[in-house]
Every structure is written in C-alpha cells, then in structure tokens.
Design a protein around this ligand. Structure first.
Ligand SMILES: [Zn+2]
Length: 280
C-alpha cells in the first residue's frame, strides 16, 4: 500500500469518527437539556411534542370548570379582535389590515399594535433566560399570503404528470386542494390578523419541530399564557385546527390564554364553547 492510499484510509476513518462524535453531540443536545436560567443548573429532560392523533375529538372540559366570562357577541366586537377565529372556514377579507408596528429586535417583522408590548415582553423573557428567539414571521398581508399560496399550488401543479400549467385545466384545482393542506389559503391565515407569530430558536431554526430546541419550546409553552399567548397549532390537535405548526403562537389575551393552556385545548375548542353553531 503506498502512502497516498494509506493517507486516504486514515482520512476516511477520521471522517467517520468525526461524524459519529457530531451525531452524539446532537443527540445529547436534544435528549438531555440544561434549562438555561434554572437556578440549580439541573438537567431537565424535556418531552417532545405529542404526535398528531388522527382520531382526536373536541376535549370535554368538566362541567364544574369556570370558563372565562365571555359571550359570543363580546368576542365578535371589533375591539375584542384578539378572540377572532381565523381558519379555512372563517376567512378574513382581502381588505382587512390591522394597525401594526415593527417588532423590536427584528429587521422588518410586524405585529398588531395593541398586542405588540406583550409579544416583546415575552421575547425579552426568553432572552433573559438564555434563549435567542427569532421571529420567523409576524404580520402577513393578504396579498403576500396569496403569493405564498399561489406559488405552492403552481409548484404542485408543475410536479404533476403531465405537468399542469393552465389554471383552466381541472387538475389545477386538485393542486389547489393539496396546496390548502400545506399553505394557508389567502384570508385563512392568522398572520393576516396580525396576532399570529412564528417563533423559533435562532440557533436551531429549521422548520422541523423534532430537530428544534425542545427546551426552548418547553419554556415558551410554560410562560406564553402569562403574556396572553397560546400555542395555536399543537401537533396533537391537527384534525381540529387543520395545522401542525407547534412554533406558531397567537395572542388571545391573558385570561383566555391561561384557560386554554391550562386545559390543553386548542382555540377551536375554546371558541366552540361560546358559539354553539361552530363547526370544526
Ligand atoms: Zn405561523
């Protein structure tokens, strides 16, 4: 064996060892996590988010439970917009545009003006506890959502066999139907409401929840209600909300948020309690 071959063998071995070490480090980071800010520095094992349950039904909340004192009429008032339900069946008009301001610490992300101080305080809380939150998306206009949606539908259509490029082709509507399960249809996104926000850990900001920093979300889930936010699309509620987006938080006000997070219900379940006509 000449030196060149020997060198190549060593290089291969070194590369393999490096990969194994790297994988181990990553596993350790996801399985056993030191909660930054924990006074005793104790190791906390953080649970992963629950998996989607295809048979999930609305959670019965005990009769004895005292729900926030609200009526549907109050929830529908313009000044109580934090209670608005926005989804595939409850669309915002194209003209709806909340008053927004820039979120401090972001380049150009916006959030609804009156709820912005609560979001900023929550982000500061995360920073104070050693995290590096990254606002991936705040307010989005109807037309931006339209661009996102049409882009997704066109991409799906182009991938069909044979590719569909003409929207008059009936198969284009099939692509639209598939796109509706991936990207929010224009008017159905809470980002247009100005009260929905995608928050990631800057260090590990891939949009795959399982590779995200679990202690970041465990901490965020434990504090969000005190700032009036809920985890809006937890994985286990996918059939009720239509989305599995565990990094999306929504401002609903402290009272509703505390109730929702304490009882482990999603916003649709909360809303249905006040609106007997509500359909999932
Ligand atoms: Zn979102």
């Amino acid at each position: 064996m000449n030196f060149r071959k020997l060198g190549l063998v060593f290089l291969t071995i070194a590369l393999c060892v490096g990969i194994v070490i790297l994988m181990q480090v990553r596993t350790e980071r996801t399985e056993e996590i030191i909660m930054p800010g924990a006074k005793d520095g104790k190791t906390t094992v953080v649970k992963r988010d629950t998996l989607p349950d295809p048979n999930v039904t609305p959670e019965p909340v005990d009769d004895g439970v005292v729900w926030p004192d609200l009526t549907l009429n109050e929830m529908l008032e313009a000044e109580n917009r934090q209670y608005a339900i926005v989804n595939d069946k409850n669309l915002l008009s194209a003209a709806f545009q909340p008053e927004c301001d820039k979120i401090t610490g972001t380049r150009a992300q916006l959030f609804e003006k009156s709820a912005l101080p609560y979001l900023e305080a929550m982000l500061q809380d995360l920073r104070d506890h050693g995290f590096t939150p990254y606002v991936a998306s705040g307010y989005r206009t109807y037309s931006f959502q339209e661009i996102l949606f049409n882009g997704k539908a066109s991409q799906i259509a182009a991938g069909m066999d044979p590719p569909v490029t003409d929207y008059l082709d009936p198969r284009y509507q099939e692509a639209v139907a598939v796109a509706r399960t991936i990207t929010a249809y224009p008017g159905s996104s809470e980002h247009q409401l100005g009260l929905g926000v995608d928050i990631l850990d800057r260090e590990r900001s891939w949009l795959d929840y399982n590779t995200m920093n679990q202690d970041f979300f465990a901490y965020l889930d434990s504090i969000c209600a005190s700032y009036g936010f809920i985890k809006r699309y937890p994985s286990n509620k996918l059939p009720l909300t239509g989305w599995d987006e565990p990094y999306h938080y929504r401002y609903v006000g402290e009272e509703a948020a505390t109730f929702i997070m304490e009882h482990g219900i999603c916003y649709e379940e909360f809303y249905a309690h006040y609106d007997p006509e509500f359909s999932f």
